[in-house]
Design a binder for this molecule. Sequence first.
Ligand code: ADP
Ligand code: ZN
Ligand code: ZN
Length: 706
Amino acid sequence: MSPDHHTTASGHWLDVVVATPAHRALGDTLTYRHTDELAAGTLVRVPLGSRTVPGVVWACTDCPPTGLDPDKARWVAAVLGGCPPLNPNWRTLVGFAARYYQRSLGEVALAALPPQLRDLQPEQWLRKMRKLAKSAAAGTPHTTTPDTAIWPTPSTEQQAGLNALVQAHQPVLLFGATGSGKTEVYLQAARQLLEADPMAQVLVMVPEINLTPQLQQRFVDRFGQAQVALMHSGLTPAQRLEHWLAAHTGRARIVLGTRTAVLGSMPRLRLIVVDEEHDPSYKSQEGARYSARDLAIYRAQLETRHGAGCRVVLGSATPSLETWHAAQQGRYLQLDMPTRMGGAEPPALRLLDMARQPKGTVLPPAVVSAMTERAARGEQSLVLLNRRGYAPVLACHACGWKSHCPACSAYRVFHKMDRSLRCHHCGLAEPVPRACPDCGNLDISPVGKGTEQLEEQVATLLGGHQRPDGQPLRVARMDADTTRAQGSLETQLARVHGGEVDVLVGTQMVAKGHDFRRITLVVALNADAALFASDYRATERLFALLMQAGGRAGRDASLSQKPELWVPTWNPTHPLFGALKKHDYALFAAQQLQERQVAQMPPFTHQALLRAEARTQASAQAFLNAAREAASTLEGAEHLVLYPPVPLAIQRVAHVERAHMLLESTSRPALQHVLAQWHTALAACRQLPAAKGLIRWAIDVDPLSI
Ligand code: ADP
Ligand code: ZN
Ligand code: ZN
């Protein structure tokens, strides 16, 4: 643009959203000028300080905003052309997410856009757009399904679900056992909606895409590669841009992704699927701590109010108590699919009373013989233990030294493979000392057990037993340590599927999503830890994990042995096990909801946390105390309970002290109203001398763990 524009009062004024690394108090948009009118939702580059940053036009007017000196406003540096503007529903969604989760609009908006937007210069961007548009035009046309795709006939149960789902006017809870054919219902519902509307799009979210390559394959087989866009963190920046654009331009009819996909731009969204909706990974734990499940519900409602209508389906065998409660109240429509496909029976639960086992039992003898029997028949067993490494602590019995992490209030874990002590919180790793660092005693030993040790012990216990082919039994382990290298997860899964492994030891990572056809026995160790955990959601998670782990077993009904889930426990009479034995999630949920109601816990109340991290615990607490004081004076605070600050269970991580304070209310609007007013006060609290060591703070709305 020519320099004389900078001095005239002509042109247009734009409200632009840029990535401000911040909380909402900083103001949501910045004002810029441009010669031409730009549609809201247009991507631009604007000067900010000495840099140029990407932004999104939020509004455009032809007179300067009141109170702004026209000559002070800077000019838009470039318009990122070549793609349509972000539509009003997307902007409303982002605006809602920012407001509800108490973050700046810019942070939420820009985090939802492909990261290459930051790095590409306008000319590079335009070149890229042209190239992608050209390759898309040359690609497959808008066919709904490839001719070769094979679609099974839905069962009666599936058909009933499908019919109800495509007509539903409220969110649907698809309550179906593992292997009951829920995914098939998603696929067929997607097909129906896509065929009915040639522009329609479908969003399918899963907790962890890398763990479920089979799922991705199913969608690609049915709809063709060109129609399926992916949105997850495992893609390269270039791929992310490409897939984002495919969704944004409507070229991709299906978007398959993790929680971040809920903020993807899909102009003609007609169906959102949230598979395994109870999974905690749907709640972001950094930045804007949004729940993708809750935003999915909001987004579907938005598309219905201001669009052609959008269904939302939450699928699970063990729904979150929030979702279950909503279905019980009739706010969500519940569809049941209790029958497993192929007639496979749900696994029988067997509780092993630890009080009756020989003292010092590693694995009850019955487990060992059950595993060898199965291996002799060519079947597999899975042993779950949710603790990786060899031992959680290394200790000196002479002086009491323990493998504390110097940076955290936690022990470092002993890893035998490379003889290291590793902190699972801050990552600090050191070689195991040869002698006790405090007293020189040479006899320092592991305390407790992780998967690495379990693998070793299982191998020892199974030594001498044979496979049908006369070979020794094979034990393998899968956890974050064995699957770190690129491609190793796939290799290990292939070995299990190929029958090379007889007993698989692993963390909960293996309990999720995989379709292991030959596993007929699952043993879940250390389940008791969750029964008495301080986290009130621990039992809910344990129940889901055990149901899901059991679901790994007996997927192949042709196998002679009935699938079993074995749980060693000191508490065999715990009501959770009573419900688990009957595969009765409804019974379990009723017990839990009753307890939650009595204790006034979510979903009967609404919570938010103010989290603080500081150099000292005292400054974290000083900040939180001042914040609590300030909150108590805000309008509507009388409807809230403001709890005193407390240190986190693991109080210090990487030399940073952590604390939080809880706000609670039976009224969600009241809680939101107070949170919205709080920001100015929080910025002031930060300046207090007593809070000098404060590093950062954040609000967590509807927190998962407190
Ligand atoms: P879920 O998602 O509930 O775990 P899936 O949709 O993966 O269940 O179905 C479990 C198994 O049953 C899969 O192998 C799937 O291919 C098969 N299946 C599902 N629906 C049908 C059907 N209508 N006819 C034949 N096989 C089916
Ligand atoms: Zn010692
Ligand atoms: Zn540490």
